[in-house]
Design a protein around this ligand. Structure first.
Ligand SMILES: Cc1cc2nc3c(=O)[nH]c(=O)nc-3n(C[C@H](O)[C@H](O)[C@H](O)COP(=O)(O)OP(=O)(O)OC[C@H]3O[C@@H](n4cnc5c(N)ncnc54)[C@H](O)[C@@H]3O)c2cc1C
Length: 490
């Protein structure tokens, strides 16, 4: 455990006295702590109230991959808000990533282990779509991105499951747990006060000075920032209900030794375009891998087997791997796929709904909200088109679960079809090459005395009739089940 973590646990304190502050933040996840750090740096008095402990949920259980963008794809973003606003929103998401890079130095967060490069791979063969996406990223959205052909992807990730890839050289990864605790330490050092085991049970946002109630204290603040994600609950239940909670589970394998290097040369993070698998190498020879999801809370240990099976599906050469540690957290998904950032009424702010991509987006939200409160920066209004939409309650969760299964099933089926087509193409090519070779040999045969029927020419083999190889046999596919697509059910 590093000094930052020691300090974080030493200072763990419950709020047991009344307090008056400029800004009260509900939730000590990535979002709440970034608002706290930025607001404290700009001179505000800040109290963060956390129901359990710093990084208790998703923020303390993520994989540490930092990329530009949002859960909503670039194409959909342009469709929703037009090119100009999409371009500004994208630029903000890049600034969020650079903000994390700026904080995550070895000096301020020892052991943060930053490394560069993230690869987004496709489960299906869509080279033509890749070119237009790259053009858009490079030319219109000023984002460095390289297109990788299938051969390049497969030389780095030795699996036939992936086709093309988009490589982001400026995206990076860090130790996610060190980051959240480092963020808390930085916020404290800048003057923010963080109270743990202090759930907020109600708020009264009317009036200039707003009231916040916890089991053993009352606060008054000019601004309240709701950064409680799906757990917010009682203080503003209607807000929690605009998020679909999705529990995502991850695991770290036992050391895999040299066999890992033989399966994976790439050392950055890998995500697939269907958002099913997300993995990277950690500690030299272990894999950290996130994949299973549910719309109800479950013990992450139950998913160790599913993660191990998923790894074997993608990298069969690794065999069955042991999962040494399993963890997970709940992400809040909005109906439109964009985070909730902005002012609900005067002095009442929201920062949540960051989905699977919370590092850059929560950093951006923290900056935008702190700067709006203290400097009047109004750029958060770019998020106004993405309103608070009810996520459907229990019915929404059930539907969300089945939509998730359907997406996984569709992705598995699409991948199986793409790989089958690839095999057929290869078999066709081999057959054509054999025919061409046979024809070439037949055409080059030197003119010789016509042998008498039934008598071979001495010293010369019998001419061989070119034979077409047997037609390609479709390979049996792994059964596509609704349960995570390929037999990795939980
Ligand atoms: C397995 C996994 C891997 C991931 N990997 C990545 C990744 O590599 N890169 C990436 O960018 N994103 C990743 N994410 C997503 C990212 O972790 C989330 O988007 C992000 O952590 C959300 O942060 P948050 O602050 O909004 O919410 P949370 O982390 O949920 O924090 C909210 C906090 O508020 C507290 N709280 C709630 N209500 C109250 C209340 N009434 N009173 C007091 N406290 C309250 C909660 O206890 C909690 O601590 C991953 C997520 C998971 C689960």
């Amino acid at each position: 455990m590093n000094e930052g973590l020691d300090a974080a646990s030493r200072e763990r304190a419950r709020l047991s006295f009344d307090l008056d502050v400029d800004i009260c933040i509900v939730g000590a996840g990535l979002a709440g702590l970034t608002v706290a750090l930025e607001a404290a740096r700009l001179g505000a008095s800040v109290a963060v109230l956390e129901g359990r402990h710093v990084g208790r949920n998703a923020s303390g259980n993520q994989l540490g991959t930092v990329m530009p963008g949002y859960a909503l794809s670039l194409g959909e973003l342009i469709e929703r808000v037009g090119f100009e606003d999409a371009s500004e929103l994208w630029a903000l998401s890049k600034q969020g990533a650079e903000y994390v890079r700026g904080l995550a130095s070895e000096e301020s967060m020892p052991g943060i282990a930053m490394s560069e490069g993230v690869l987004e791979v496709s489960n299906v063969d869509v080279g033509d779509q890749l070119i237009s996406r790259l053009q858009m990223l490079n030319e219109d959205f000023a984002t460095e991105a390289e297109g990788w052909q299938i051969d390049r992807v497969r030389s780095e990730l030795k699996t036939g499951r992936y086709f093309h890839g988009v490589y982001y050289p400026r995206a990076f990864q860090i130790d996610g747990r060190k980051y959240i605790h480092g963020l808390a330490s930085l916020a404290r050092r800048s003057g923010a006060r963080i109270f743990e085991d202090t759930p907020v049970v109600s708020i009264d946002p009317s009036g200039i000075r707003k009231r916040i109630v916890t089991p053993s204290a009352r606060l008054r603040a000019s601004h309240i920032v709701l950064a409680g994600n799906i757990h917010l609950g009682a203080p503003l239940r209607r807000l929690s209900e605009t998020l679909l909670p999705v529990w995502r589970y991850a695991g770290i394998t036992a050391p895999l030794g040299d066999r890992l290097g033989e399966a994976l040369a790439f050392r950055g993070s890998v995500t697939d375009t269907d958002n099913i698998d997300h993995f990277r190498v950690v500690d030299g020879d272990r894999l950290m891998w996130a994949s299973p999801e549910t719309t109800w809370a479950a013990n992450p240990k139950r998913f160790a087997g599913a993660i191990s099976r998923r790894i074997a599906t993608i990298f069969p050469q690794l065999g069955r791997v042991e999962i040494a540690e399993a963890f997970g957290g709940a992400i809040g998904q909005t109906v439109h796929g964009m985070p909730q950032i902005g002012q609900l009424r005067k002095g009442l702010w929201v920062a949540s709904g960051f989905g699977r991509q919370g590092l850059n987006t929560s950093a951006m939200a923290g900056q935008l909200i702190a700067r709006s409160i203290l400097w009047g920066d109004e750029r958060w209004r770019l998020f106004s088109p993405f309103e608070l939409v009810w996520a459907g309650g229990i019915t929404g969760r059930v539907a969300g679960y089945f939509v998730g299964l359907w997406n996984r099933g569709a992705s598995a089926a699409g991948g199986a079809l793409a790989r089958h087509r690839e095999r057929v193409r290869i078999q066709d090519r081999v057959r054509e090459a054999r025919l061409a070779e046979a024809n070439r040999q037949a055409g080059q045969r030197p003119a010789v005395r016509r042998p008498q029927p039934g008598r071979p020419v001495p010293g010369r083999p019998r001419p061989v009739r070119p034979q077409a190889p047997p037609p390609p046999q479709p390979q049996p596919e792994a059964p596509v089940t609704a349960d995570h697509g390929e037999g990795e059910g939980v």
